[in-house]
Design a protein around this ligand. Structure first.
Ligand code: HEC
Ligand SMILES: [Cu+2]
Length: 347
């Protein structure tokens, strides 16, 4: 019994682990469920290479099994030595040519895809977005539109959106697995480019995929894919957002004043120059706070009081305001809803 267990323990562990892990995963965060041009291209290459691997495996195993059975030592023939062959031109040509063909079948579409994905602009492309990463958040500046969002990138379905990417501090990496491949964002002048072309509407998950500090794993963002008409409406709504607008309630008005006195050195609302913190123009429309927390008043208040509790190592200072003031600011920020087009409406 013990021997049997010992033999199969590794297999059993591996099996149950893969069962457990197959239950993990988040909707719209999978390279195996592509919904975008780039992701589909990469998925097809994965399937092609797996198919070639399976083909090679089956052929090799078939020959192996055949030889094992056909040429095993038989009773009564212990001393029999079969005919020895040294060098066989035909065989050697076959096993040289077949791998070459397989490699070509793999290489041609791979190189094609590399050039295809490296395209950085087209003449008619009018949507260009500057992506800036920072510990531990993302900012998206819409070139020519003078609008900015943080943590949530809105794009129209079916159109190519060209991204120019850099980092404000260390190297991060931008990845929305269901829509496209990943791309590093570098500090300095070394800008990278890529494009997104989503094929379905919805809210897709993105993640930083370059270890960048203590809260790397919390550096989540969303890509909100809407119809082209909705996208246009959203852009208009964002452009028309009035950063100075007076909120409806007394509490929110007080919150606005506290915000203007304490937070504007880092956070912009409206089309102001990029701050050292996220642009909060459409904060009230967000699906998450700081990319990770449910957008409840309690969460926002607690974040304002102690951001490091939620994202260790991030650069927003704690206790800039007291608890009562934080509540008022939260109320103010929650009513910053310039558009009807939100992650919720896109779902
Ligand atoms: C020194 C600069 C700085 C100051 C001052 C500052 N913040 Fe921040 N804030 C940041 C940074 C940086 C982040 C992004 C942190 C992260 O997600 O890693 C942030 C994130 C946030 C977020 C989450 C935003 C999002 O995109 O979901 C809120 C809300 C917020 N700050 C509110 C405030 C309020 C309210 C004040 C004033 C009381 C304030 N901040 C003052 C730098 C600052
Ligand atoms: Cu990062």
């Amino acid at each position: 019994m013990k021997g049997w267990m010992g033999k199969f323990r590794a297999l059993f562990l591996l099996g149950s682990l893969s069962l457990i892990l197959s239950g993990c995963g988040v909707d719209k965060l999978s390279a195996l469920k592509p919904d975008g041009y780039g992701a589909e291209l990469l998925y097809d290459l994965m399937i092609l290479s797996i198919a070639i691997m399976i083909f090679v495996f089956i052929v090799v195993m078939a020959i192996y099994t055949f030889v094992l059975i056909r040429y095993r030592r038989k009773k009564g023939q212990e001393d029999f030595i079969p005919k020895q062959t040294e060098g066989n031109k035909v065989l050697e040509i076959i096993w040289t040519v077949i791998p070459i063909i397989l490699l070509l079948v793999l290489a041609v579409p791979t190189v094609q895809a590399v050039f295809d994905l490296a395209e950085t602009s087209s003449d008619e492309a009018d949507i260009r977005i500057d992506v800036t990463s920072a510990q531990f958040w993302w900012q998206f500046d819409y070139a020519g539109e003078e609008i900015s969002t943080s943590q949530e990138l809105y794009i129209p379905k079916g159109e190519r959106v060209y991204l120019t990417m850099k980092s404000a501090d260390v190297i991060h990496s931008f990845w929305v697995p269901s829509i496209a491949g990943k791309m590093d964002t570098n500090p300095g002048d070394n800008e990278n480019t890529m494009y997104l072309e989503a094929k379905e509407e919805g809210v897709y998950w993105g993640q930083c995929t370059e270890l960048c500090g203590p809260s790397h794993s919390l550096m989540d963002f969303r890509v909100v894919v809407v119809s082209p008409e909705e996208y246009e409406q959203w852009v208009n709504d964002m452009k028309n957002a009035d950063p100075e607008a007076t909120p409806d309630t007394q509490v929110a008005q007080e919150g606005q004043e506290i915000f203007q006195n304490n937070c504007m050195s880092c956070h912009a609302i409206g089309a102001q120059p990029k701050g050292v913190g996220p642009n909060l123009t459409n904060f009230g429309d967000r699906a998450k706070v700081a990319g990770i927390l449910e957008p409840t008043k309690e969460n926002i208040k607690n974040w304002i009081l102690n951001p490091n509790e939620y994202k260790p190592g991030n650069t927003m200072p704690a206790n800039l305001v007291n608890e009562e003031e934080a509540g008022k600011v939260a109320e103010y920020l929650m009513q910053l809803k310039p558009s009807e087009i939100t992650p919720e409406s896109a779902q």
